[in-house]
Design a protein around this ligand. Structure first.
Ligand code: IPD
Ligand code: CA
Length: 293
C-alpha cells in the first residue's frame, strides 16, 4: 500500500512527484544491498588491490567498490528507470520521480582492504537533493553487513528492522542514559588537518564517556546505535552515502540524527537518544572549527 512520507522538521526536501510505496522501496533496497553484499564477499580477491586514491593517499577505492556500485546501478535502473542516482564512486544521475537512490557500494573500504569484517553496503531512497546539505531525507533504506549476514532496513513511518538468520526483529531504542555512561562510536576522515582536530575532540570526550569505539564504517556505526550496541555516534566530514541508510534506521528505531542544527550535514553528524545527542553536541560545538559549525 502506498504510504505518504511524514514531514521532518529540518528538511526542506521536496516531496516526490508521485506518492511512493515506501515498503516496496525498502524491499528493493534490501534486494540491492544483499546482491552487492554477496558480490563483494564472494568475489573479494585474496589480495585486494587499491584501484585509485581520492582525497588523500589513504582514501582508497578498490575494483570491488566500482563493481558493487555498477551492480547497484544496473539493478536500480532496471527496476526504477526514472529515479535519480548518487553513489560514492561517481554514480550521479538526475531523475524525474522525486526519488534519488544514494548508494555506498562499500562503506568501510579500509576494513575491506585489510580483510576486517566491519564493512557494509548502504542503499537508500531519499527525497530532495542529496547533493545539498540539509535539503534531503531518506525514506526507505537497507544497510547490509555481509560478513555477519545482518541487514538493517527501514521505511519512514514503518519502523526499523534487523534481518538475520531468516528472522526479522523490530528495533527500538531503550530509555535514555547520560553521556557519562555512554559507549560512543566515532570515525575519522582521510585528511590530516581534519584528523588533527578530530583527535582533539576525542581527547576532550574520552574522560566524559564510558568509552569510545572506532569500528570503521559509518553506516554500520549508525545501525549499531539503532540496535543499542553503542549509545551514540558522531563524526564530521561524512557524505550523503555514508549517512543516508543508517540515518533512517536510527530515526525509525526511536533515535535522532542531527547536525549542529536539525539535519545531519557534512560538517557534523550525531546520532542517538535525544538527551545524549544534546550533551554530545554541547561538547563538540566548542571543538568545531568555525567552518565546521
Ligand atoms: C568511511 C567510513 C569510516 C568513516 C569515514 C568514511 P568509506 O567511508 O564510513 O568509518 O570514518 O569518514 O569516509 O571511505 O569506507 O566508504
Ligand atoms: Ca562510506
Amino acid at each position: 500500500m502506498a504510504t505518504t512520507p511524514q514531514s521532518h522538521p529540518g528538511a526542506s526536501a521536496a516531496e516526490p512527484l508521485e506518492t511512493p510505496d515506501l515498503a516496496a522501496l525498502e524491499q528493493l533496497a534490501i534486494e540491492v544491498a544483499r546482491a552487492c553484499g554477496r558480490l563483494i564477499v564472494e568475489e573479494r580477491p585474496r589480495h585486494v588491490d587499491v584501484a585509485a586514491t581520492k582525497t588523500s593517499a589513504t582514501d582508497v577505492v578498490t575494483e570491488m567498490d566500482r563493481r558493487s556500485e555498477a551492480l547497484a546501478r544496473a539493478m536500480l535502473r532496471h527496476r526504477r528507470p526514472d529515479d535519480g542516482l548518487l553513489g560514492e564512486e561517481g554514480l550521479d544521475a538526475t531523475g524525474t520521480t522525486g526519488i534519488t537512490w544514494v548508494v555506498d557500494p562499500i562503506d568501510g573500504t579500509v576494513n575491506y582492504l585489510y580483510g576486517l569484517p566491519g564493512f557494509a553496503v548502504s542503499v537508500a531512497a531519499v527525497t530532495g537533493d542529496p547533493r545539498v546539505d540539509g535539503a534531503w531525507r531518506p525514506v526507505a533504506v537497507a544497510v547490509i553487513n555481509p560478513m555477519l549476514g545482518e541487514v538493517f532496513s527501514a521505511h519512514r513511518g514503518g519502523g526499523a528492522r534487523l534481518h538475520r538468520d531468516g528472522t526479522t526483529a523490530a528495533l527500538h531504542l531503550d530509555a535514555a542514559a547520560d553521556l557519562a555512561s555512554s559507549l560512543v562510536a566515532t570515525g575519522f576522515g582521510y585528511g590530516a588537518e581534519r584528523r588533527a582536530w578530530q583527535g582533539r575532540l576525542v581527547a576532550e570526550l574520552l574522560p566524559r564517556v564510558r568509552d569510545i569505539r572506532r569500528l570503521g564504517a559509518a553506516a554500520i556505526d549508525l545501525c549499531h546505535v539503532a540496535a543499542g550496541r553503542v549509545d551514540a555516534y558522531y563524526e564530521t566530514g561524512l557524505h550523503p552515502w555514508d549517512v543516508a541508510g543508517g540515518w533512517l534506521v536510527v530515526e525509525e528505531a526511536g533515535g535522532v540524527v542531527r547536525g549542529v542544527g536539525e539535519a545531519p550535514t557534512e560538517a557534523f553528524t550525531v546520532a542517538g537518544r535525544p538527551e545524549i545527542v544534546a550533551q554530545l553536541t554541547e561538547v563538540a560545538r566548542a571543538f568545531l572549527p568555525a567552518d565546521e559549525g
